[in-house]
Design a protein around this ligand. Structure first.
Ligand code: SF4
Ligand code: SF4
Length: 184
């Protein structure tokens, strides 16, 4: 797969496996993946959460280089605690919520903000259920549909076949009686 999830959290991207279908752009509820529309060899682009650094045990480059501590890196529960601590410390400054705490089941990147999240372009109407749950819901019904479809198709075949047999029998009866009339 071109996009893949790592156990550390980041979702990576392997351009050599990407066929450019852009389904990921349509499917991402956060509208994160973008496309190199004007490149002769276009790739999907997104933050890969510095996957090489993170898997090597280092923080992301942006958090390491951020001089103010606005962007920080760490374990999710520690980041959530820090986010709520910052909101509680300045309740008039921040929107009283952490974006990503529950959205789509909870995300690896979390935001606090002094302006409403929708003004930042973040979707605020997401369910709290993880997205793969909906995929599994749809896929899990396929065996039942296939099982139900086989008797249904068999029933359709039986009715069609029976109709042909009746038509053939009636045609044979008519032919026989016509032949009888001709001989009379
Ligand atoms: S465009 Fe997106 S969905 Fe399509 S192959 Fe590439 S990464 Fe996968
Ligand atoms: S530097 Fe920050 S924004 Fe850029 S890929 Fe790394 S984590 Fe993402």
């Amino acid at each position: 797969m071109a996009l893949y999830k790592t156990k550390e959290g980041p979702v990576g991207y392997d351009a050599s496996k990407c066929m450019g279908c852009r389904y990921c752009m349509a499917a991402c509820p956060f509208r994160i993946p973008t496309y190199e529309w004007y490149s002769p060899t276009p790739r999907v682009r997104k933050c890969i959460m510095c996957i090489d650094r993170v898997t090597a045990g280092k923080p992301t480059a942006c958090s390491e280089s951020c001089p103010t501590g606005a962007t920080i890196f760490g374990q999710r529960d520690e980041l959530l605690a820090e986010a709520h601590k910052r909101i509680a410390a300045e309740p008039t400054k921040y929107v009283p919520a952490v974006f990503g705490e529950r959205e789509a089941g909870g995300t690896s990147v979390l935001y606090i903000s002094s302006v409403p999240f929708d003004k930042l372009g973040l979707p605020t109407n997401l369910p709290q259920t993880p997205m793969p749950h909906y995929t599994w819901e749809a896929l899990s019904h396929i065996p039942a549909i296939v099982t139900a479809a086989v008797p249904l198709l068999w029933g359709v075949w039986w009715i069609t076949n029976r109709r042909d047999e009746v038509a053939e029998a009636e045609h044979g009866t008519k032919t026989a009686s016509k032949s009888g009339e001709d001989h009379a």
